[in-house]
Design a protein around this ligand. Structure first.
Ligand code: GAR
Length: 186
């Protein structure tokens, strides 16, 4: 099987990046992580690119600069899928159009509920019984693209950090289920 070349965009911890890299070592997994791009040199997740010997690039500064450089790298590396994994910047319409339909994101809520930030706080305040994560295509509207896969998680605490952790543990598997689904490998 010829694996599709993927790039993961990160801004922080990179625990989803680590999970995707580990799952992609399965010969039947449809993608290979060929490139990691971070918009911050302080992102802890860069460590995983180093550990797993994956080429990485830090592009900081203005978003216009980031997008210009990122697009060039995506083209040069023949990237076929971009996975946003804790990438906390909003990509412009122009960028999305140039990489149309090939960018996916993981969001920490059961979309369409709680787009944007503070999703766990909102779920706890609303006394929701379940929260979770959603992997979706990225379009021009925030957290509103076509849903690929959702994983539901029961809210067992009023402490935000606890709920966040319980969802994150499910995210690692959920992201890879979504990637398999895209290429009909589920
Ligand atoms: C993840 O929980 C992801 O759902 C969230 O950021 C975290 C990144 O963790 N994404 C968003 O909030 C996007 N709006 P990680 O850097 O350890 O993968």
């Amino acid at each position: 099987m010829v694996k599709k070349k993927a790039c993961v965009f990160i801004s922080g911890n990179g625990s989803n990046l680590k999970a995707i890299i580990k799952n992609s070592r399965d010969p039947n997994f449809p993608i290979k992580v060929s490139l990691v791009i971070s918009n911050s040199k302080k992102a802890f997740g860069i460590k995983y690119a180093k550990i797993f010997s994956i080429p990485y690039k830090v592009i900081n500064g203005e978003m216009i600069r980031f997008e210009h450089k990122a697009l060039r790298l995506l083209n040069e590396n023949k990237i076929e899928l971009v996975c946003l994994a804790g990438f906390m910047r909003i990509l412009s319409k122009k960028f999305l159009r140039k990489f149309n339909g090939k960018i996916i994101n993981i969001h920490p809520s059961l979309l369409p509920k709680y787009k944007g930030l503070n999703t766990f706080k909102k779920a706890i305040e609303n006394k929701d019984i379940f929260t979770g994560c959603t992997i979706h295509y990225v379009n021009e509207k925030l957290d509103a693209g076509k849903i690929i896969f959702k994983k539901r998680v029961e809210i067992k605490s009023k402490i935000e950090e606890f709920v966040k952790r319980s969802v994150q543990l499910q995210e690692y598997n959920a992201y890879s289920i979504a990637i398999r689904k895209i290429y009909n490998k589920s």
